[in-house]
Design a protein. Structure first.
Length: 390
């Protein structure tokens, strides 16, 4: 059967990639890289771009369609696929994923390497793996080499501090739901001085006291600290046995990450804003991180994510993927280097039913997810404004 690509459709979906999580973050205060400017401290939508999606559908001569997607803040990724990357796809054999990835990467270097261009390449690559899986009647995790595990551990990623009662109730609910790990958001950064630092420590202590010693806890600074503040914070957090502190610095501050890792008693995690094997090679060879975190929709899709996993494994570093969804779950089902996948639950205090994920990924049960053997990704996109290629 022919695997020649005959059509590529790009849909710019005017809806948030993050769903209710995005709306909730706009209402709650947390540390972020623009918090140093009072006018942009809160809400986050005062500076953060609108979160939209690029959905790529690739059709072959035999009528099969593969689907991939990425974040698309300003529509740039959709335009890149439509006006540039499509020329490498039409007429190509969809099975040649490695060659197509290399052509897309090399051709976008003048304006790419990271950011919207890599988002676009990721979406195309995910669509190609979905397509080839459907062609062979195999799930993507089988194409990647087969199951490395029967179920994937999931951690609860929410815990924005509002008040002590709601914060503790939310953490306790995650324990009751069977999650073995959870991540909170720091509320304060350097602009809040010593009082903010002290308050951060108090909130971490509250989390540890609430969940006990048998649950892994992590905390996300979302690129909001400088080196001095990060060192002080991490030293103050040593008694609470955090699994990691996440993204304390801006992504390109590699030398500061190296210094922080050397001076911190708490493991340091980052990588959701890094792309490709080349970017992660710099982080790994510099010994800048204890934990590798990539987003499959930013790093370069399945083709590049598996390479980064190999680099991490060779360096003895664990991988914990950023964000939830079927691409991350398919990869983690195969790759045992990946310890956990991030999930955004609805806090118990919000009184909203937790709906199925937009791509059809199952909701975690007792902190785990198991995938079936549906061909490709097994995805069914449920997005306002998106209709499947006919």
């Amino acid at each position: 059967m022919s695997m020649e690509i005959t059509r590529v459709k790009v849909t710019f979906v005017d809806t948030s990639f993050w769903g209710a999580f995005s709306d909730r973050q706009d209402e709650l205060e947390f540390a972020h890289p623009m918090a140093m400017y009072p006018q942009y401290r809160h809400p986050v939508s005062s500076w953060f771009p609108d979160v939209r999606m690029c959905v790529v559908e690739i059709e072959t001569a035999n009528g099969l369609v593969g689907t991939g997607w990425c974040e698309d803040y300003s529509g740039a990724s959709s335009i890149i696929v439509e006006r540039h990357l499509t020329r490498f796809l039409i007429g190509a054999d969809a099975r040649n994923r490695g060659q197509l990835w290399d052509q897309m990467y090399r051709s976008t270097i003048p304006y790419g390497r990271k950011g919207p261009a890599m988002f676009a390449i990721s979406a195309v690559d995910i669509a190609l793996w979905d397509l080839v899986g459907k062609h062979f009647g195999e799930p993507v995790h089988q194409l990647l080499g087969g199951k490395g595990r029967d179920s994937v551990q999931i951690y609860a990623s929410a815990l924005h501090f509002t008040n002590e009662d709601d914060f503790a109730r939310e953490a306790s609910d995650y324990v009751d739901r069977g999650f073995k790990a959870m991540k909170m958001r720091f509320r304060h950064g350097p602009a809040d001085g010593r009082e903010g630092l002290k308050r951060n420590v108090e909130i971490v202590k509250l989390l540890r006291d609430t969940v006990g010693d048998d649950i892994d806890i992590m905390a996300d600074a979302y690129m909001s600290w400088d080196l001095e503040y990060a060192l002080r914070m991490c030293r103050a957090l040593a008694p609470f046995d955090l699994k990691w502190v996440e993204e304390p610095l801006l992504p390109d501050q590699i030398r500061d990450y190296v210094a922080l890792r050397k001076g911190s008693p708490v493991p340091i995690a980052a990588g959701e804003h890094e792309s490709t094997r080349y970017g992660f090679t710099q982080l790994i060879e510099s010994e800048a991180l204890d934990v590798i975190q990539f987003d499959i929709g930013r790093v370069g899709g399945f083709s590049e994510a598996r390479r980064v996993c190999t680099l991490a494994q060779a360096a003895g570093l664990p991988v914990f993927t950023h964000a939830y969804g079927l691409p991350a779950l398919q990869l983690a089902t195969n790759e045992t280097t990946i310890g956990m996948v991030e999930y955004f639950p609805v806090p118990v205090w919000e009184n909203i039913d937790e709906a199925p994920h937009y791509d059809g990924a199952p909701m975690p049960l007792k902190g785990e997810v198991s995938l079936g053997d549906e061909p490709g990704l097994g995805a069914t996109l449920m997005l306002p404004g998106f209709t499947r290629l006919e």
